[in-house]
Write a protein that binds this ligand. Sequence first.
Ligand code: C2E
Ligand code: CA
Ligand code: CA
Ligand code: CA
Length: 274
Amino acid sequence: AKAAGRNNYQFFTERMNLAAARHFELESSLRGALAREEFALYFQPIMCTETRRPRALEVLLRWRRDGALVGPDEFIPILEESGMIMEVGEWVIRSACVQAMQWQREGLEVVPLAINLSARQFTHQGLVDSIRAIVDETGIAPGLVEFEITETALMQHGGQTLEILRQINAIGMCLSIDDFGTGYSSLAYLKRFPVRKIKIDRAFVRELEASTEDRAIVAAVMALANSLQLSVVAEGVETEGQYALLRSFGCQYAQGYLFARPLPAEQVASLLAG
Ligand code: C2E
Ligand code: CA
Ligand code: CA
Ligand code: CA
């Protein structure tokens, strides 16, 4: 038993070293990724449940590394820890606005872009200044930009956050609460923030058809959101059954593979046109 224990331990430390090495390698190649133009934006439509037409596009960051596309779950935490998220986050906002203006010039009917913000970004006053500068530079209508902030990130931060979110709101950009239901907040508390929408986390949508509990949770969130005049987006909608249930609950927006995967800009153009 003792030998087995040591083997487990060795196995564990080897795995740890491997993870640390991978982390280090990722961090150093991320340092140059912006300059090498390896980041790209993908867009996933958020559908209006009534019309089944795109009502907004969520902006999702991708990293093209040695020919492979790396997803944000792997590298956003590293960008956050190292502080690189400030610069990359600003790049995301600017590039999304430039893209929206490009679509507009092509005569497409542009819908609002929903951009994800990390906690580190919205606790920093520089964010508001850079948003203002980007609006000036690109000429984008502020109503075409929305920001998504996770429930957990919001709960971690206090007074200064509220002030920054108010300033963003004053520019004319809406805020949504992302991954709702996975943190420990109450909707009543969240009402203190200038928030217009909540996004119900995929975890509650996944088993909507099979689970009475998940149906009860989603129905309760809908009722509370309605009474607080917040719109609701359901994330991770993959089946017609989930979609039908969400519609029956009065959920206004839905996003997921049922409608479209995150798409590169070229493919979004046809979605907006058609
Ligand atoms: P999120 O904001 O919750 O984004 C939704 C994620 O769910 C995306 O993963 C999307 O591709 C995925 N998804 C959409 N529909 C479905 C579905 O029907 N089924 C399933 N299984 N998944 C679906 P993605 O693109 O890998 O992004 C992961 C997370 O990375 C995002 O979660 C967001 O928190 C973060 N992220 C992405 N882009 C940015 C960014 O520009 N800045 C920051 N700070 N975070 C970002
Ligand atoms: Ca999001
Ligand atoms: Ca989410
Ligand atoms: Ca998420």
